[in-house]
Design a protein around this ligand. Structure first.
Ligand code: THU
Length: 162
């Protein structure tokens, strides 16, 4: 039996001051979107903002429902909105922020598996890296240069025909 190890590569920034001007602007947009979240059930607000190759910014936030499983994460709201309006543009960078009901979080939240599956398919489809920045809270920020790294061994459409 061969043992194999998978590595996730990312950069850790000590604070938002270390972001480039463009990434910082996107972070602000993500936080603004976060404040418009519809999350009366979890009271957990998540915001997402992405920069397209045509320089347009598309935002999203989590949308919940009394029928709980119907809701959608902020990341997918933003990604699907962008992909539906600008199907031929590449998604350069996606910034995700979150806050709890009481306070600012200490650490960035990590996107759920379903969102990672969407990142990885869109990244493959656009043939260019999609940067993911996790920036909730006051402290450190995680920067993933390729979304793919967040979902190793992911399922792709080519497997449907095998
Ligand atoms: N949520 C997101 O929007 N993104 C994530 O990455 C994790 C979780 C939302 C879903 C739900 O509305 C609330 O946060 C609590 O899970």
């Amino acid at each position: 039996m061969k043992k194999k190890k998978l590595e996730i590569q990312y950069k850790e920034l000590a604070s938002r001051e270390e972001l480039s001007k463009e990434d910082f602007e996107l972070l602000k947009k993500s936080e603004e979107a976060r404040e418009r979240a519809y999350s009366p059930y979890s009271k957990f607000k998540v915001g997402a903002a992405l920069m397209l190759s045509n320089r347009k910014i598309v935002t999203g936030n989590n949308q919940e429902n009394a029928s709980f499983p119907v809701g959608l994460c902020a990341e997918r709201v933003a990604l699907f909105a962008a992909h539906s309006q600008f199907p031929d543009e590449k998604i350069n960078t996606l910034v995700i922020t979150a806050s709890g009901s009481e306070k600012v979080l200490e650490t960035p939240i990590s996107p759920c598996g379903s969102c990672r599956q969407v990142f990885t398919e869109f990244e493959k489809e656009q043939g260019a890296p999609m940067r993911i920045i996790l920036a909730s809270g006051k402290g450190k920020i995680l920067v993933f240069e390729e979304a793919d790294t967040l979902l190793p061994l992911s399922f792709f459409s080519n497997q449907l025909n095998e």
